[in-house]
Write a protein that binds this ligand. Structure first.
Ligand SMILES: [Zn+2]
Length: 121
């Protein structure tokens, strides 16, 4: 009965594919879980740097939390308008494709000359 055999054979292939897909999905989940953990660590570092800066600012300039909140609101508004004064303009290096500051003469990663490249970031 070749028809029946090939039928079961296909069934086996399908379940093997499904198991393979499931394993791939689990790998992806593990990978993303790791990434989330790394990002959480990064957020904690940034938070800690922020708190340190705030403590120093409050101590040395006598700034208040109300002033901090006002400043944060002002920055949120500015960024909502698409203007971010703190973000530097970046270009892609034509050689290594990494992002470098627009006003640099050479790529900090590979050293290639960057003159005449327009911002694309
Ligand atoms: Zn480069």
């Amino acid at each position: 009965m070749p028809d029946l055999l090939s039928f079961f054979g296909q069934d086996e292939d399908r379940s093997r594919d499904a198991v393979h897909e499931g394993k791939r999905a689990m790998d992806k989940v593990r990978e993303l879980d790791l990434e989330v953990r790394e990002l959480r660590k990064e957020v904690k570092r940034v938070q800690s740097a922020f708190h340190a800066l705030w403590d120093l600012t409050a101590e040395s300039m006598g700034a208040t939390e109300d002033q901090l909140r006002d400043k944060m609101a002002e920055i949120d508004e500015r960024e909502a308008d698409g203007v971010n004064l703190l973000a530097p303009e970046l270009v892609s290096c034509p050689s290594c494709n990494r992002k470098v500051l627009l006003d640099r003469k050479t790529c900090i990663y590979c050293g290639v000359a960057l003159r005449g490249i327009k911002g694309d970031a």
